[in-house]
Write a protein that binds this ligand. Structure first.
Ligand code: IYR
Length: 219
């Protein structure tokens, strides 16, 4: 290790309280996050979106390659084109592609092929994974890296009082075409972003979490 290439780890987050209290406080914040399908048309400033993308872009990634691009759509006509193309895929999904168990699992969420939120939400943040960087160089742990950045984005949006939806119309190839993105950018996640509408409801079933014992193993 060449020490000259390193800097002190001095920017530690100071919770100003015990670690446990800070961890609990963050949990109390995050557990209130909901995936929302009912958005208000109230605008969100571009500057806010930029801070959210900065937060996402601070995520760790394989060899720090940052293999992501956040295409943030506010243009009405583009949002409409995305809605039309997404609904075409979703109709195919609900009518043919999904098997019985999948449709049963979705029933409590009340989802259907109508994706009006794609035009109502003030922003559609389309996250692309880069199969290589623009200069052709390799990337590593692509899905893990982009998934982490998306998690940071969702947490940042929630912290800012904004609602998000993790939307994955499948297949998502149309997003590359509609947005005119190059071949090495693959759609990863479509995140409608905005304020939840005043009459917004969320499915009770989506709030349930299995007991901690089910997901936490300490050895
Ligand atoms: N993409 C479809 C179906 C869907 C699939 C899963 I897995 C979800 O958690 C929710 C929806 C849709 O958006 O309706």
């Amino acid at each position: 290790m060449n020490r000259a290439e390193f800097v002190p780890y001095s920017d530690r987050h100071d919770p100003g309280t015990t670690t446990e209290a800070a961890a609990r406080a963050f949990y109390e914040t995050m557990r209130k996050r909901r995936t929302v399908r009912m958005f208000s048309e109230q605008p969100v400033e571009r500057a806010t979106v930029e801070w959210l993308v900065r937060a996402a872009h601070s995520a760790p990634s394989g060899a720090n390659k940052q293999p992501w691009r956040f295409v943030c759509v506010q243009d009405r006509a583009t949002k409409q084109r995305i809605r039309i193309a997404a609904e075409r895929e979703e109709r195919e999904f609900y009518e043919r592609r999904a098997n019985h168990e999948w449709l049963q699992d979705l029933a409590p969420l009340g989802t259907d092929p109508d994706k009006g939120f794609l035009e109502v939400a003030p922003w559609l943040v389309v996250v692309f994974q880069l199969t290589h960087l623009d200069d052709g160089s390799q990337v590593y742990y692509l899905k893990e890296s982009v998934g982490l950045a998306c998690g940071f984005f969702l947490a940042a949006a929630h912290q800012a009082g904004l609602a998000t939806l993790t939307h994955t119309p499948s297949p998502m190839g149309f997003l590359r075409e509609v947005l005119g993105r190059p071949e090495h950018e693959r759609p990863f996640l479509l995140i409608p972003l905005g304020y939840a509408s005043d009459d917004c409801v969320v499915p009770r079933a989506a709030i349930h979490r299995r007991p901690l014992d089910d997901v936490l193993v300490v050895v």
